[in-house]
Every structure is written in structure tokens, then in C-alpha cells.
Design a binder for this molecule. Structure first.
Ligand SMILES: Nc1nc2c(c(=O)[nH]1)N[C@H]1C(S)=C(S)[C@@H](COP(=O)(O)O)O[C@H]1N2
Ligand SMILES: [Mo]
Length: 337
């Protein structure tokens, strides 16, 4: 075995890149066909752990040099440790919240703060790749490393189940079931800093804009739902709940209007998401859940139910819907508010 150094650093850099990409991918994944992204994220996380002993040796030599940037390097190390530990805390279910914060919030927060530090670290201490890095030997080592991390992942999952830790019951997305078929028991969640607005049913209007112009609806137009769907709300915060939702299909608002492109669903609070028009027949404008009107927290008077999509697509307190030619992907991949 050669002394740990350049190769460990390059491997760690690659694992970080994979962890970050699959972390974002896990948040984007709403259907079980994409469950491999979540597996890859867990494998990358354990890969970081696997490299830790080697990296610790490298870091010891670095610390001995007492560079002025030592503090920043140690902060980066601490953030990575926090992100991995919080990730394990969530996925095992051993510790789902720490004070006012959930383990998931700590996990994502630490990882996001670590990104700029990691970029600085790579620029300040570049690990230069060499042509021999593409050798058969490196390829075999990389394969062995991925194999070992995958084995560790499978073993960890097995251990979680064998020990009966709560993490064994999670959905493919990694979320814990909370309040299925009991809407009152389902958490009220905002993506970032949105707040539950006070909406008076009589004053509320929904404006629908198509190429044919604008039409306006009131609460009375949604009090007798003609459509229903059983769907699972799966929040990236780490919980999910299945409910029976009642309302009207988004496509029913279109009438005879001929629209391609996309549909923007906007909340009274400004929060918004855009969808392909071809999805409109599967998107429910829900006014009721479990047979009763929505509570203010869950989106009264109208919220979107987007089966197969993560919670952040399920816009609450809808006040405007626009059909136009904008491509649906013309929006930030995740909401900004
Ligand atoms: N207007 C608005 N709608 C929103 C959000 C928000 O912050 N603002 N958060 C989304 C997220 S992240 C989730 S998980 C669900 C939560 O729905 P619930 O509060 O009814 O459980 O609402 C979605 N709809
Ligand atoms: Mo969410």
C-alpha cells in the first residue's frame, strides 16, 4: 500500500461530486423507478466514511504545517462529518430531530455550507490528476472501492432491519410515513420561508389564463368535486403520507383552448411551479382531503395534488393558473422561496 495522498484526495473529490449530484437527484425523485439515485446517494455517503481513515492521515500532516487556512479546512471537515452523521441519523431513524431542527435539515444544511468551502479547498490544494490515473490498476481499485461501499450500504440496510430501527420502514425515497389517511395528523410543511396565509373563502378568486383569455372562479366552483385520487405526498423533509384527495382535474379548466407548452400553478404567496401541459390530466386541483375541506395549513381553498412528484410540486393556496408556450423546465429545479 502506498502512502495515502493524491489518490485518496481524488477519490474523495469524486465521491463528494457524486454525493452532491445524487443528493439533489434524491430530492427530485418522486417515483420508485428513480430509487437507484437514493441508493447511489447512500453508497456515496458510506464511501466518504470508507475514505475517512486515509484522509485523516493526510489531514494530520496538513495540520502539522499550521497554514493560516487551517481553520477553514477544519470547518470543512466538521461540516462533512456533521452531514454524514445527520444522514445516518435520519436513515436509521435513530435520531430524527436535534432540537428544533430535523436530522434532514442538518444533513442538507451542512452539505450546502460545505460546498463553497470544498470548492475553495480544491482550488487552494489542487490534487493534480496524472495520465496513469486512467490505468487498469486504478480502474480495478475504483471498482473495488465502489463494491466495498455498496456492500457497506447493503449491510447497513440489513442491520437497520435486523435491529428493528425505525429506518427499516421507510419509503423508497427515504421518507417516514406520517399521518396517512389522517389529514389532521399530516405535518404542515413549507419549502423554505413561505407562511400559511389567512384566506377568506368569499374573497378568494382563482384566475385561469389561456390563449383564449382569462377566466375567474370562486370557492363555490370547487365545493362539489367530481374527481378523486389516492396519492402520496412525499416531502423532501423526510416524511410522507397517503391520502384520498377530491377536486377537479387541471385539464378540465382548459375547455376547448388549444395549448401546448406548459402550465404555471401559482400560490397566493407567490410560490409557483411549472408543469408540462401533457400532465394536466393527472394533476388534481384539490379542495378536499379525506372527504373534508382542506385546512388552512394544507392549502385551503385549493391546492395541487401531483401524484408521483415530490411535495414541493404540490402548490398550496392556488390563486392563478397560466397555460402558455414556455417550456416546463424553464424554472429553477427547486423552488427559491
Ligand atoms: N404555496 C406553497 N405551497 C407549497 C409549499 C410552500 O412552501 N408554499 N411547500 C411545498 C412542500 S415542500 C410540501 S412537502 C407540501 C406540504 O404540504 P402540506 O403542508 O399540506 O403537508 O406543500 C408544498 N406546497
Ligand atoms: Mo416539502
Amino acid at each position: 500500500m502506498t502512502a495515502p495522498g493524491r489518490r485518496t484526495n481524488l477519490a474523495l473529490l469524486a465521491v463528494f461530486a457524486v454525493a452532491l449530484a445524487t443528493g439533489a437527484g434524491s430530492f427530485a425523485t418522486g417515483a420508485s423507478a428513480g430509487r437507484w439515485v437514493i441508493w447511489a446517494h447512500g453508497i456515496a455517503g458510506l464511501g466518504v466514511l470508507a475514505l475517512a481513515p486515509w484522509k485523516t492521515q493526510i489531514a494530520r500532516r496538513g495540520v502539522a504545517r499550521r497554514r493560516p487556512s487551517l481553520l477553514a479546512s477544519l470547518a470543512l471537515a466538521a461540516l462533512v462529518v456533521i452531514a454524514v452523521v445527520a444522514g445516518l441519523a435520519h436513515s436509521t431513524g435513530a435520531l430524527r430531530s436535534i432540537g428544533a431542527l430535523t436530522a434532514m435539515q442538518v444533513h442538507v444544511g451542512a452539505a450546502l455550507v460545505a460546498v463553497p468551502l470544498a470548492v475553495w479547498h480544491v482550488i487552494a490544494r489542487p490534487a493534480r490528476p496524472r495520465p496513469t490515473d486512467l490505468s487498469r490498476r486504478t480502474l480495478l481499485r475504483t471498482g473495488a472501492f465502489i463494491g466495498a461501499s455498496t456492500t457497506a450500504y447493503v449491510a447497513t440496510e440489513g442491520l437497520i432491519r435486523a435491529t428493528g430501527l425505525p429506518g427499516g420502514d421507510r419509503r423508497f425515497s427515504g421518507s417516514f410515513e406520517t399521518g396517512s389517511f389522517e389529514p389532521e395528523a399530516m405535518p404542515v410543511t413549507q419549502w423554505l420561508n413561505d407562511a400559511v396565509p389567512a384566506i377568506d373563502a368569499d374573497g378568494w378568486r382563482l384566475v385561469v389564463a389561456t390563449t383564449d383569455g382569462e377566466r375567474s372562479y370562486g370557492d363555490g366552483d370547487f365545493t362539489r368535486p367530481d374527481a378523486a385520487v389516492r396519492a402520496t405526498l412525499d416531502c423532501t423533509g423526510g416524511w410522507f403520507a397517503e391520502q384520498r384527495w377530491q377536486g377537479m382535474w387541471l385539464s378540465d379548466l382548459l375547455g376547448d383552448a388549444d395549448v401546448g407548452g406548459s402550465v404555471l400553478v401559482r400560490s397566493l404567496t407567490g410560490y409557483r411551479r411549472r408543469f408540462p401541459v401533457s400532465d394536466a390530466g393527472r394533476l388534481l386541483l384539490a379542495s378536499r382531503v379525506g372527504g373534508t375541506p382542506l385546512s388552512p395549513g394544507h392549502g385551503f381553498p385549493l391546492r395541487l395534488v401531483a401524484p408521483g412528484r415530490r411535495g414541493f410540486w404540490w402548490v398550496k393556496w392556488i390563486d392563478r393558473i397560466e397555460f402558455d408556450d414556455t417550456p416546463w423546465w424553464w424554472q429553477p429545479p427547486f423552488p427559491l422561496a
